[in-house]
Write a protein that binds this ligand. Sequence first.
Ligand SMILES: O=C(O)CCC(=O)C(=O)O
Ligand SMILES: [Fe+2]
Length: 260
Amino acid sequence: MRDINSIVNLKQHPINDRDYVNECHLSIKKNSLLILENFLSKNSFDIILTEAKKLEKYAFYCQQKHTILLNKKIENLNDKDPLNKLMTSNKGCVPHDLIDKKSDLNFLYNSTNFKNFIKKVLNLNNLFPYVDNLSSINLNYYQKGQQLGWHFDNASFAITLMIQSSEVGGEFQYITEGRDSNSKYINKKIISDIIEGNAKPKTLDVNEGTLVLFYGRNYLHRVTPVESESPRILITLNYNEEDNVSLSENARITFFGRTS
Ligand SMILES: O=C(O)CCC(=O)C(=O)O
Ligand SMILES: [Fe+2]
């Protein structure tokens, strides 16, 4: 029987410890991002990597053109408007229903300890899984040449686990200015400078086994094209602040190739 002790590297990340949780909370407030290296135990990391490699052949690959707000191009809006510029994203995805019910990933995702940690760090009242059977945990595969174009997420926060980083390319780049979706603030100049390559974004070098938390709805971010032969494998742990939420059927068709 697995338990949180065997999955999370509790020595380095005592997620049940009040002081540690507070430290993480202050850290994300200060740096806008929380990076927890070696989050998984060595044993659990190895098991999840093996599982991810085994599932790779079931990945559904999609190619999309989208704006930075993940919309389609608006025909009567100026082409030069940064909100109307098309980005390319292509990657493979294994949805939740293909992940073994007894896997460490499901254990971690459903664990009260882990959810309480996330809630306290991000100051959230509740965390719920998606009610559809595909969207809660996703294994993402970026093969050579594949990338995620500049975008803001629809979800307010993102939780990612790096399982296999790419040696060349496949870098996570971001800025923390440019948008505050709560106050409907958007700074087109800052955004335009980044997507046109006239300003330099921050780059995060994410090692394998690292858990990253960030506010993807307000941070413009992308994954640069992977240049190495082996894929970049990244797991997203997707929660909602409200109960009974499904990912839209359109989005499920796009990312998973099916709705259930
Ligand atoms: O692959 C990553 O590091 C980020 C993934 C991401 O931005 C997304 O899935 O929306
Ligand atoms: Fe994103």
